[in-house]
Design a protein around this ligand. Structure first.
Ligand code: WTA
Length: 630
């Protein structure tokens, strides 16, 4: 397809991959989409089921509160399940699952539909109605998918909290969402150990009010506390007459909420990003189809966690909307040995693998012999998400895992965007480390402080200039924060919070966050959450967290701590503080290093100057200190 010669190191996709792909000519599609993006998206929407068609594709009368497919009636859960059950896909496998301990499950669309109906009926019997929030806190097991689809079916808003989060993070999210029901697993297997999810939830519930019922899914079977009248076993509930395998669904307005997902922002507590049934459905369906080129016979594996946006969009909704067969794995990539992933790719004949740079770098450390033991020839496409992928990891992934034949879809997007925004398609020439160009119909740019486009190869702020169907609708319960956070800085443009460069070929190179978000192993964490966890420890007076480059994790957390008067720091206290953060926020938030200091660099208005701290942590010159208070 490349008409003009591209600059730099370029990988051209193999002919066989393009020949059979949904999209063979990116330029043509891009031109069509950019000529009339409303038409482009409404044509895509036509491929899905609507109980009633829309009056308008896009309603921008109350910018930046954009609406999509207004007037339409649909239900994403219906499109994920019922639609397929009525076709040749009725007995097709929707999900193949392997537990870390070797347990196995394969679920057809027919069965997934029935299980979803049963779960939906259980929720209804507990008084859950359209618009109610339900918190879900589980590991990577099929029931997490079923629980999400069940909520969507009856119009309840799910709020999934990642199973790697801990007490305070869960408490905060339950309370903020005002959930009535909590769905939790007794535990999860991770690296041969059990993560005591129910026990963590019990502790969170002692801090949070509002939860009336707890549904407990048995996964690990260890002894747990069941509170009489509040906690009920899912396997017992599903045997009751109320849990019928048929459940009438709620016909949802296109703009009715589907879920909230908490994510870390610049300051303060995590924000509940709101997505809706209609636009999110069209966006995730289309992007997955075109980018990972989902074909009827494919076995697709997104190795993310359902508790993050990647899992919502590309483990649960996107694949099911496409009638795909997905694979899900519960545990750690290197358990019990570093060939676990490669073994499963061979065993299950996986065709598409979508993961994060940190996982690739982690597995790369063990050497290629672990990969080469396995026949990975089923792979056709690879994917990357969560942070910039360094060219070294890209090349290892491409040549060792993909045997040089599999194009890498480096997808840039966010919890807020709901769907891929900068991404190649299988027919697009690739440059290692670049996500190539915006998805057709979406205009993005790199601008300076004032919002003016910068010159090619210059660094600037990454912005989005056109609305897209799966876009964030608001921060749940805080419209004002939605506007200030994303739309205030540049008029009419969405601010991503990332910095980037655009080269002469129009390829985007994302550099990283420019705000107080730290990406640790691809997980999005806010400095505020880590700092407040540290400060909640009785020995700590003040704390500041920053991210410093880390070979495998991308970034690691480095924390500066001021102790209360009279206390002195030592290695025991460092360890105690690290454990405290793990207990409050989650093991992923544990600082790599803690340094005790007497003061923190602040501006005259009291804002911590993270730039100065970062320079100190890295032994660099802190630069201009004119705004420093002390
Ligand atoms: C970063 C994850 C470079 C970016 C889907 C973004 C990336 C943040 C990429 C969103 C990529 C995600 N290349 N950076 N391919 N993908 N990011 O909300 O900084 O957890 O703003 O969504 O991850 O993180 P979030």
């Amino acid at each position: 397809m490349a008409k003009k010669k591209l600059q730099g190191e370029v990988f051209y996709p193999p002919k066989e991959v393009i020949e059979n792909a949904h999209i063979k000519d990116w330029d043509k599609l891009n031109k069509q989409a950019n000529t009339d993006y409303a038409k482009f998206w409404s044509d895509r929407a036509e491929e899905l089921h609507w109980f009633k068609k829309w009056d308008r594709v896009i309603d921008d009368r109350k910018k930046p509160f954009y609406k999509w497919f207004t007037g339409a009636k649909t239900n994403i859960s219906y499109n994920c399940l019922d639609v397929h059950v009525q076709t040749h896909r009725r007995n097709k496998i929707a999900l193949v699952w392997e537990g870390e301990n070797g347990d196995f499950e394969a679920m057809s669309y027919f069965r997934l539909h029935r299980e979803t109906c049963k779960f939906a009926n259980i929720l209804k019997s507990m008084g859950v109605e359209k618009g109610d929030r339900v918190t879900i806190y589980m590991g990577r097991i099929p029931e997490i998918m079923i629980a999400m689809l069940a909520c969507a079916r009856i119009g309840a808003i799910h709020s999934v909290v990642y199973g790697g989060f801990s007490v305070e993070a869960l408490h905060e999210r339950i309370e903020d969402s005002k959930s009535k029901v909590l769905i939790v697993a007794d535990g999860a297997y991770q690296r041969g150990k059990i993560v005591p999810l129910k026990q963590i939830a019990d502790e969170a519930l002692q801090r949070a009010g509002g939860i009336e019922h707890v549904i407990v899914v048995k996964r690990t079977g260890q002894e747990i506390n069941m509170e009489f009248g509040r906690d009920m076993w899912y396997h017992e509930l599903r045997e009751l007459p109320i849990a019928s395998n048929q459940c009438a669904l709620e016909k949802m307005d296109s703009e009715d909420p589907l879920f909230i997902l908490y994510t870390s922002g610049t300051t303060g507590k995590p924000k509940a990003i709101l997505h809706t049934h209609g636009g999110y459905m069209v966006g995730t369906y289309t992007t997955l189809k075109y980018v990972f080129d989902i074909q009827e016979q494919d076995r697709y594996w997104c190795a993310a966690d359902p508790g993050w946006i990647t899992g919502h969009s590309y483990i649960v909704y996107g694949p099911l909307l496409n009638g795909a067969t997905s694979f899900m794995y519960e545990g750690a990539p290197n358990y019990p040995y570093p060939n676990r992933w490669w073994k499963m790719i061979e065993n299950y004949g996986i065709n598409i693998l979508y993961t994060a740079p940190t996982a690739i770098r982690g597995l790369m450390r063990f050497g290629e012999a672990w990969v080469k033991r396995h026949d990975l020839s089923s792979l056709r496409l690879l994917g990357s998400v969560g942070e910039p992928i360094n060219p070294e990891a890209w090349k290892w992934y491409h040549s060792v895992v993909g045997n040089g034949n599999c194009p890498i879809m480096d997808t840039w997007w966010q919890t807020e965007t709901g769907m891929f925004m900068i991404t190649p398609m299988p027919c697009v020439p690739l440059k290692p480390g670049s996500g190539t160009k915006p998805f057709p119909g979406i205009e993005m740019d790199v601008v300076d402080e004032k919002g003016k486009p910068v010159k090619p190869n210059e660094e600037g702020y990454l912005v989005i200039k056109t609305p897209w169907p799966a876009m964030i609708r608001t921060i749940y319960g805080d419209d004002e924060r939605y506007v200030t956070q994303y739309w205030r800085k540049y008029k009419g443009m969405y601010m991503t919070g990332d910095s980037a460069r655009k080269d002469k070929d129009g390829y985007f190179w994302v550099i990283g966050r420019v705000d107080d978000v730290i990406k640790v192993s691809g997980y999005r964490l806010g400095t505020a959450e880590i700092e407040s966890a540290l400060v909640s420890h009785s020995a700590v007076a003040e704390a500041a967290a920053i991210g410093v480059p880390h070979e495998v994790k991308g970034n690691a957390i480095y924390a500066y701590v001021i102790l209360r008067a009279g206390l002195t720091g030592n290695s025991t206290l460092v360890e105690e503080l690290r454990q405290h953060v793990a207990h409050e926020v989650g093991p992923i938030a544990k600082p790599e290093q803690i340094e005790f200091v007497d003061s923190l660099p602040k501006t005259r208005s009291g804002k911590i100057m993270r730039r100065v701290l970062k320079a100190k942590a890295m032994g660099e010159d802190p630069g201009n200190l004119s705004t420093l208070e002390d």
